[in-house]
Ligand binder design. Structure first.
Ligand SMILES: Cc1cc2nc3c(=O)[nH]c(=O)nc-3n(C[C@H](O)[C@H](O)[C@H](O)COP(=O)(O)OP(=O)(O)OC[C@H]3O[C@@H](n4cnc5c(N)ncnc54)[C@H](O)[C@@H]3O)c2cc1C
Length: 447
């Protein structure tokens, strides 16, 4: 049985990796590809970037963020700094002006950021989203920005989310019918799909008092869900660091327990397989009445988790055992275990497998096939800028692909951009291994 599954994984991976690169459609991708490889084997530069990602949330506005990035990168001696991160020279007075045009860290950063970010705001991104839709790709829009430290910032984020939902729902109504993107085995799928960060909806997030943060976030989550219900849109709560997870789940379960959300809107959450307690978290979600006993089943996006270094460092500093697995293969094995659990539960939820790892992706498809599932019962998700080629391959196989598409000020998106650069150059990461290893090595089962 397992041998047949492995054979099918191999066939699917070969098929997926045969996709023609999308570079011809997006010239910035060509530059990005070269830049993305430029952090390989450069520990000092990587650690400078980690420091920037830590400092970014505390920066006062885009120019401050640009200045911090430049300062950290300048401290790196003896390593060639990639074009995309090279500080722009010029008199200090022009700084704010450059920042306004998203050029505070140099034009190459702006160009590279374009590969990941679809526009300054939703209006700016609408053309791109429509083109993706016509090309057969759905989207999950993400509003860039880091965690909120004041009431005013939380309110501003709430307003941006509400405005984005309105513009999206209005624009998407006119788009042509796409049967694979418009419906699955549970029925109609919302076209307007917004991913939100709970940490941006409240400044009161404290890991030791999750109820307090959850109650405050609920004040803004509630009207957002009401608006999504009115517009027929989908709202997805992204998962962030471990400290915020309980607050997020409490807020979501609490708000959705209200009778007024029993029928709609369509909602979703994320499970991170790099957490040692990921199996329990998925079971908690699958047995949560407010999440699963709804007219529209929730979408559960399975990811490995984007904060591995952060979680490991914080736990080390506190002398605690890290909440994340210590070895990559443990995260990969957990991801496959949860993929199967989610696919088995597809009668009550909408499984969405989000990964750029060919093995993890092919495993999900092969397992669905083995269970006799139909293609429309599984959604596959990738990130704009990293998973574009894979998205083409997924569509060619006849599966629905959703591209996680950030929008926002290019400089505000720098922390996001740097995370993607780091992810792409991590020794353990599939994207780096793909540049150096054979398909046999890449497809070895995680034991
Ligand atoms: C559409 C989409 C949406 C996403 N949404 C979220 C989200 O809401 N929240 C979130 O946290 N992330 C999110 N991510 C990012 C995701 O968690 C991963 O960081 C990213 O996809 C890389 O994982 P991979 O399977 O693609 O690649 P792989 O290279 O196979 O896996 C890399 C991942 O393995 C894990 N890892 C690395 N080193 C080790 C180690 N030594 N020990 C144990 N585990 C290790 C980490 O999680 C790392 O990100 C999303 C990704 C996608 C594609």
């Amino acid at each position: 049985m397992e041998a047949a599954l492995e054979t099918r994984i191999r066939e699917l991976a070969e098929e997926l990796s045969r996709t023609e690169p999308v570079t011809w459609r997006r010239p910035a991708v060509a530059l990005g590809r070269r830049q993305l490889g430029s952090l390989d084997g450069r520990p000092a530069l990587r650690s400078a970037l980690f420091r920037f990602v830590d400092a970014a949330p505390a920066c006062r506005g885009p120019f401050d963020r640009g200045a911090h990035l430049r300062a950290f990168v300048r401290e790196v001696d003896g390593e060639r700094v990639p074009l995309a991160l090279r500080p722009l020279r010029g008199p200090a007075a022009v700084g704010p002006l450059l920042a306004a045009y998203g050029l505070a860290s140099g034009p190459a950063t702006a160009l590279l950021a374009r590969q990941f970010i679809a526009g300054r705001d939703v209006k700016d991104a609408t053309r791109t989203l429509r083109a993706m839709w016509r090309h057969g790709q759905a989207f999950a829009l993400d509003l860039l920005g880091e965690s909120t430290v004041s009431e005013a910032e939380a309110q501003a984020y709430f307003k941006r989310c509400a405005e984005t939902l309105r513009v999206l729902a209005d624009a998407a109504r006119e788009w042509p019918e796409q049967p694979l993107l418009d419906a699955d085995h549970h029925g109609r799928l919302a076209r307007a799909n917004l991913s939100i960060k709970l940490t941006a909806l409240t400044p009161l997030l404290r890991p030791l008092a999750p109820e307090r943060g959850a109650a405050d976030a609920a004040r803004r989550l509630w009207p957002l869900l009401q608006l999504a219900r009115e517009l027929g849109a989908h709202v997805h709560l992204d998962m962030e660091d471990y400290d915020s997870r309980e607050t997020l789940l409490l807020a979501f379960e609490g708000v959705l327990a209200s009778e007024e959300f029993r029928e709609a809107p369509s909602v979703g959450v994320v499970v991170q397989a790099y957490l040692r307690d990921a199996d329990e978290t998925l079971e908690r979600i699958l047995s949560s009445p407010s999440l699963t006993q709804r007219a529209i089943p929730p979408t559960i996006r399975l990811v490995k988790g984007a904060y591995w270094d952060h979680e490991s460092v914080i736990a080390g500093q506190r002398g605690w055992q890290a909440p994340v697995w210590a070895e990559k293969r443990e995260s990969d094995a957990c991801f496959e275990r949860l993929t199967r659990r989610l696919i088995d539960a597809r009668d009550s939820v909408r499984p969405a497998i989000a990964t750029h790892n060919l093995r993890s992706l092919a495993h999900a498809i092969a397992y669905l096939e083995r269970c006799g599932g139909e293609r429309r019962e599984l959604e596959l998700q990738v990130l704009r800028g990293l998973g574009d080629d894979l998205a083409e391959g997924i569509s060619r196989l006849g599966y629905r692909v959703r591209i996680y598409t950030p929008i926002g000020d290019l400089v505000a998106g720098m922390a996001y951009l740097v995370r993607r650069l780091l992810e792409n150059s991590s020794n353990e990461g599939f994207l780096l291994r793909q540049r150096h290893q054979s398909l046999d090595e890449l497809l070895r089962p995680p034991a």
